[in-house]
Design a protein around this ligand. Structure first.
Ligand code: PLP
Length: 403
């Protein structure tokens, strides 16, 4: 009993995505980077926009004691003001028919964090009590389970609609119990690449409203949105406009290609019926978990870059090359509308066995078992265009093995 057994287990069992990436790096060192087609990680391949560099250069001229000092636990007020104003500019119109003209985000509704990971951990601790259930939609980002269990809750998996990979409303409704505290959704979605339609979100909202009413407490929607800006033409609805009891978890890891800088936020929209209790609970969870004062330099950088668009051209080009190439070879996949992942049907029922055949040809996708379901692989296309083009011969040989 010298260490915490739960934490030991999380640390000792490596994430299989990271294991595949580590294998990919070792293999590249062995046989050459151009011969290994590593599609495992969700690490953006496009550089941060120039505006980020310019902002850092400008900020570097600030007095060091000011620049590097602690900020308030929830972040600099002027930064939260800038972010709230930007959210109002972008989404107030969408909310107006439902909520009128009140601001949809105010500075004190935002809590700045070290990325979406911290945002979700804080929100789970703020919204749940030990023993509660939190629903995830399978396939799902594997860290959700770790974060839910660490909050003392039970992770309940609800399979997505098998045809569309959006939320299956009947399955969701039957999984909700009096202990259900929250449902995590992620759109645009990792690992499938779908964007939930307004209609599908409205169906989810209807189920949650019905069950909240039946059980006499709100069931929260935790909207995990690191890929919000990465959509290829599809509408990404503002979730609080559809379901008021939402908490939004956002990050700049993908939108500004800043995953290593650890910066994001939690928003408790003013429309959330429990807003006045959730805001202090978020602050309390941040305090209890040590997630206070998000990186100060990057708080200022995101305020400087608040309306800088994400550069999607490279991902769009990769998406096209990958989907065109694989469909020509006869692979089945879900047409990706957002994020930078392609969800490809494995050519045999066992995705791990299929992965071993991929690996033998130096192709490194991630088997779907890592995301809680069987029979698929995730191909991350946030890689160089050369990797996509160069991999096509191997995908062809792989398909031929199954003919
Ligand atoms: N949620 C999803 C669905 C992700 O894919 C990721 C990162 O890949 C995260 C959360 C964590 O993002 P962050 O780097 O902002 O902590």
């Amino acid at each position: 009993m010298s260490v915490n057994e739960q934490m030991y287990a999380y640390g000792a069992s490596k994430s299989s995505i990271r294991e595949i990436a580590a294998y990919g790096n070792a293999r590249k060192a062995e046989i050459g980077a151009d011969k290994v087609f590593d599609f495992s990680l969700g690490n953006p391949s496009i550089p941060a926009p120039d505006a980020v560099r310019k902002s850092i250069e400008r900020l570097a001229t600030m007095p060091a004691t000011k620049l590097h000092s602690y900020t308030p636990a929830n972040g600099l007020p002027e930064v939260r003001r800038t972010l709230a104003d930007s959210l109002c500019r972008r989404y107030a119109k969408e909310c107006e028919p439902v909520y009128g003209t009140d601001p949809i985000a105010r500075p004190d509704d935002l809590y700045l964090t070290a990325g979406a990971a911290a945002s979700i951990v804080i929100s789970l601790h703020a919204l749940t009590n030990p023993g509660d259930e939190v629903i995830v939609i399978t396939p799902y980002f594997p860290e959700y389970r770790v974060w839910i269990e660490t909050a003392g809750c039970v992770c309940v998996e609800v399979p997505a609609d098998p045809a569309t990979f959006e939320v299956d409303h009947a399955a969701l409704e039957s999984a909700i119990t009096p202990r259900t505290a929250a449902v995590i959704i992620n759109t645009p979605n990792n690992p499938v690449g779908v964007v939930y339609s307004r209609l599908n979100l409205a169906g989810t909202a209807a189920v949650l409203e019905k069950r909240s009413h039946e059980f006499g407490h709100p069931i929260y929607l935790l909207s995990d949105e690191p890929y919000r800006e990465l959509a290829y033409g599809a509408e990404v609805p503002w979730v609080p406009a559809v379901y008021p009891a939402t908490v939004v978890c956002y990050s700049y890891s993908k939108s500004l290609s800043l995953p290593g800088e650890r910066i994001g936020w939690v928003l408790v929209p003013p429309t959330n019926p429990e807003h006045d209790r959730i805001v202090p609970a978020i602050a309390g969870a941040g305090r209890a978990l040590g997630f206070v004062c998000a990186p100060a330099l990057f708080q200022r950088v995101i305020a400087d870059c608040v309306d800088v668009p994400s550069d999607l051209a490279a991902y769009e080009r990769n998406r096209e090359a990958l989907t065109d190439g694989l469909s020509e070879l006869g692979y089945e996949f879900i047409q990706p509308q957002g994020a930078f992942y392609l969800w490809v049907k494995a050519l045999e029922p066992d995705a791990n066995a299929f992965f071993e055949r991929c690996r033998a040809l130096e192709l490194l996708p991630v088997p779907s078992d890592s995301f809680g379901c069987t029979g698929w692989v995730r191909v991350g296309y946030c890689v160089s265009h050369e990797t996509i083009v160069g991999s096509m011969g191997a995908w062809k040989r792989l398909a031929e093995q199954y003919r």
